[in-house]
Design a protein around this ligand. Structure first.
Ligand code: ADP
Ligand code: MG
Length: 503
């Protein structure tokens, strides 16, 4: 144990000179031969884990998580592919070499603890030291006691596994896994058999070890635990789901992500090349998985206006598929490097949107934001993150043709941008209602009550020829937007003055 209380001899952070990943699986394949025939449980997995990373492996039952873990630990042999850990090509090692390497470098924790029932807890922890002989016999018990102290079980050291609880047995199993001070800890559902409070304490132990520099690969069913690691690798049907895809489509569940994985096609675009072009009909939805892309709106005079920049983990192309309209912007690979995307065709995308209310809602929110940014000229100087924050709680309203949105004389506390469709504005003239204006996408209304005496001075309805989609801001968001953007504030004041004059 070091002076600061760590049960570790090595200063792992000083080893980071090499950029090679610590754990590397290359095209890792496992075919099980069963009486019923061959079953491919892993389909050529590539995985890299850097030294010091705490990585969760997630995915539904039967997806191949344990198979992957068993190949990485050398408990089972790959049918094809390579396992390289700390630069050592473990797939080429024989059983004896493997056992020796594993004992020194890797701690393994299973779902069902697997302590030896006839040994006491401290003897269980000493076992790997006895086998690998990295510590002199005289030091082993003391070191085992320090490890038990770390997992808060020193007082139970003389008991047998059956005399302590499941959570305590798992803590002993972790202490045992750390006996030879391994750089890598691999755990297959270590909390899978524990109640949630106990699972939390076990996870806390892993988190502490990770903070001290141990590289950890942990299979878990628990998505909230997975979200607390550095990174989650999702396995579906024996394949790794691209991490940017799962991040971009975080609202989907395991089954839906597995479905995406089955349908996506990876495509690479050269620097500067066009991925989708404004005006063309869209057939694909894209998730950016590498590089950067720029989004432009092309104006009739030929000039291109940049409206957005995209990076890995963001998606595009959804608007044309949802609205069944031509692409509203051009997306081009940035000049500084190639762009990689995962493309999903229209049918697969539609099926996904159909199956997931969460995704529908999320897409709608993103679309509203993009429309706001591309339609409302006055918001062009507000950066995307700010706009996203200000509109996070702003509802999008779909108004039926002819339906009233605000009514003259009523108190008004809201402000509207038009995203799609049109609205008509009616003022009172000689006791009669008169149409005084028609507003389309990008226009706003509702500001007069907020800037004036609170009463609506006109009635606004969705135009009779189609529905209108609006985004509704409350007073606070409206005020913040005016404060943030001089351009927006100026435009609101100008239109307010013009409208006041007309009414
Ligand atoms: P997970 O840990 O994600 O639940 P596994 O890696 O245990 O999944 O299993 C992946 C798939 O391989 C499953 O369909 C499982 O039935 C199959 N499988 C696992 N082990 C064997 C085996 N020894 N023989 C045949 N099939 C197996
Ligand atoms: Mg498993």
């Amino acid at each position: 144990m070091t002076s600061d209380g760590r049960v570790s001899q090595v200063q792992r952070t000083s080893e980071g000179a090499s950029h090679r990943p610590y754990v590397e699986a290359r095209r890792l394949t496992k075919v099980y031969r069963t009486p019923a025939g061959e079953f491919t449980a892993l389909k050529g997995i590539d995985l890299q884990v850097q030294r010091g990373e705490f990585v969760a492996v997630i995915g539904k039952s039967g997806s191949g998580k344990s198979t992957l873990i068993n190949l990485l630990t050398g408990i089972d042999r790959p049918t094809a592919g390579e396992v390289i850990i700390g630069g050592e090509p473990l797939h080429t090692y024989d059983e004896e070499q493997l056992a020796a390497w594993r004992g020194r470098n890797m701690g393994i924790v299973f779902q069902f603890f697997q302590l030896l029932p006839t040994l006491t807890l401290v003897e269980n922890v000493m076992l790997p030291m006895d086998i690998n002989r990295l510590y002199p016999p005289a030091e082993r018990r003391e070191r085992a006691m320090l490890l038990l102290e770390m997992v808060e079980l020193a007082e139970q050291a003389g008991k047998r596994p059956s005399q302590v609880s499941g959570g305590q047995q798992q803590r002993v199993a972790i202490a045992r896994a750390l006996a030879n001070d391994p750089g890598l800890l691999i755990a297959d559902e270590p909390t899978g058999n524990l109640d949630s409070a106990t699972a939390e304490s076990i996870f806390g132990l892993f988190a502490r070890l990770a903070a001290e520099g141990t590289t950890i690969l942990m299979v878990t069913h628990d998505e909230t635990l997975a979200a607390r690691t550095h990174r989650a690798v999702m396995i579906a049907d024996g394949e790794v789901v691209n991490e940017h895809v799962s991040r971009a489509l975080w609202v989907l569940n395991y089954d839906q992500l597995a479905e995406v994985q089955r349908h996506v096609t990876p495509i690479t675009y050269a620097p500067g090349s066009v991925i989708i072009r404004q005006g063309e009909m869209g057939e694909h939805f894209y998730i950016l998985t590498g590089g950067r892309a720029d989004v432009f709106v092309e104006h009739p005079d030929g000039h291109e206006m940049p409206v957005d920049h995209l990076r890995a983990g963001q998606y595009f192309g959804e608007m044309a598929l949802i609205g069944r309209q031509a692409r509203r912007a051009t997306v081009r690979a940035a000049d500084d490097g190639p762009v990689e995307v995962a493309a999903l065709d229209r049918a697969a995308f539609n099926a996904l949107v159909e199956a997931s209310p969460g995704l529908r809602h999320e897409l709608q929110r993103v679309i509203s934001l993009r429309q706001l940014q591309s339609e409302v000229d006055a918001l062009q100087d507000v950066d995307r993150a700010t706009l996203q924050r200000l509109t996070a709680d702003a509802p999008t309203r779909l108004i039926a043709p002819g339906e009233t949105i605000i009514r003259r004389g009523e108190l008004g506390e809201t402000f509207y941008f038009i995203l799609e469709g049109a609205v008509e504005v009616f003022a009172g003239r000689n006791g009669q209602e008169a149409l005084i204006d028609r507003l389309g996408p990008g226009a706003h209304f509702g500001e007069l009550a907020l800037l004036g005496n609170r009463r609506r001075v006109a009635t606004v309805r969705a135009a009779g020829d189609g529905p209108a989609r609006l985004i509704e801001l409350d007073e606070t968001a409206f005020a913040q937007l005016r404060q943030l953007s001089a351009r927006f504030a100026g435009q609101v004041e100008q239109t307010a003055a013009e409208r006041q004059a007309r009414i």
